[in-house]
Design a protein around this ligand. Structure first.
Ligand SMILES: [Mg+2]
Length: 370
């Protein structure tokens, strides 16, 4: 089997705001093979930049577009494909958007491998340890503490056993920060786990102070309190924080995840398969298992990303909880026919070959802009 072509598709809602909501646009990857099998992936990045990286024409030996790099290659030789892409992007794409584009392609390659062999991706990767994960409801903070209270009540009433609030007004001032967490806890009640995604707003000293101030509301974890590259800050924060600290969604390279664990001392690592790919997510997850560090997916996109996350988690010995994005965007819910409904608080891994998702081409065509 060989790769015939790779298409990057940019989908976008008619109106996009500056809210930190990754379901307003997306970039889908479709890989076609000469045997008629097609694989799908999804990237969580700047979609038009990713499309440019996939489509770029040849500049020279170590500067080429990813579609050019993979045409004619064997899609089942996934590590070889990764190597070809790293060589092609050597000049411009060994980090950030370059890796994000490769991550979407990596998902699509695993989808093809599963479809070609009639097996779900988790099986090809040696799993499953588990086939369902406790889902936490992932939403943004309300614009005010009062709104946050109402959101907490609403989603706790839907039966979630864990709820994460993110970004929004967090970081504006001390009193608001505390009020947001207090009202989040009041809204969800004492029985539901409370997760806080701070949104990279503090330095380590402020984050440590907040961790102590939030402690009476017993958060399960605080996510991304610092800039993603502030490994030294994470090291200081995790040494003394009374609340577990999580980060990693921004990373694409294995080495950067390893630094966050080994030097940063993080309690939870959160790889996103749309930024690091399934292969790296599994490799990172196994590394975190050796360090007795937790692993949670980061996923704020469609059913493609949800399924890729579940397959990767299923291959890890210590997968436990699952980020379940509750945005109501059609780009979150309508790209795959599979809806990933939460049953008794759990998200279930797909059993069909590949990623196990069916793409709704009506949705793709409705929102596709490039
Ligand atoms: Mg986050």
């Amino acid at each position: 089997m060989t790769i015939k072509d790779i298409t990057a598709m940019v989908l976008r809602l008619p109106e996009v705001t500056d809210a930190c909501d990754g379901t307003q646009d997306t970039c889908l990857i479709r890989i076609e093979t000469d045997e008629g099998i097609a694989g799908w992936g999804e990237v969580d990045s700047c979609p038009t930049v990713v499309k440019a990286i996939v489509d770029a024409p040849l500049s020279h030996q170590i500067c080429n577009g990813l579609a050019n790099a993979l045409r004619g290659e064997d899609p089942l030789a996934i590590e070889v494909c990764t190597d070809r892409m790293m060589n092609a992007a050597n000049y411009y794409g060994r980090a950030a958007a370059g890796l994000h584009a490769m991550a979407g392609i990596n998902q699509a390659l695993w989808d093809i491998a599963g479809k070609a062999s009639g097996q779900p991706v988790y099986q090809l990767l040696g799993g499953p340890y588990k086939n369902k994960f406790r889902a936490y409801c992932s939403i943004l903070f309300g614009d005010t503490p009062d709104e946050t209270y109402e959101l907490g009540r609403k989603f706790a009433n839907e039966g979630f056993t864990a709820i994460k609030f993110g970004w929004g007004p967090m970081g504006q001032d001390e009193a608001t920060d505390i009020a947001l967490v207090r009202e989040a806890r009041r809204g969800i009640g004492e029985e539901v786990d409370l997760l806080i995604d701070a949104g990279q707003v503090w330095n380590w000293k402020t984050a440590l102070k907040r961790a102590h101030q939030f402690a009476e509301y017993s958060p399960f974890l605080i996510e991304e309190p610092l800039h993603p590259q502030d490994v030294a800050g994470y090291s200081r924060l995790t040494a003394d924080s009374p609340i577990p600290i999580a980060s990693g969604e921004a990373e694409g390279r294995y080495e950067d995840f390893e630094r966050l664990v080994v030097e940063g001392g993080l309690d939870w690592i959160q790889p996103d398969p749309g930024r690091c790919g399934i292969s790296t997510m599994v490799q990172v997850g196994r590394m975190t298992a050796r360090h007795r560090t937790g692993v949670i997916n980061h996923s704020f996109k469609s059913g493609i990303t949800i399924s890729a996350s579940l397959h990767a988690l299923a291959t890890l010995p210590h997968g436990e909880i699952f980020e379940y994005c509750m945005s109501d965007s059609p780009l979150r819910h309508d790209i795959t026919r599979e809806k990933f409904e939460i049953v008794d608080g759990y998200a279930h891994v797909m059993d069909a070959p590949g990623l196990g998702v069916t793409i709704d081409m009506d949705t793709v065509e409705r929102y596709r802009v490039a």
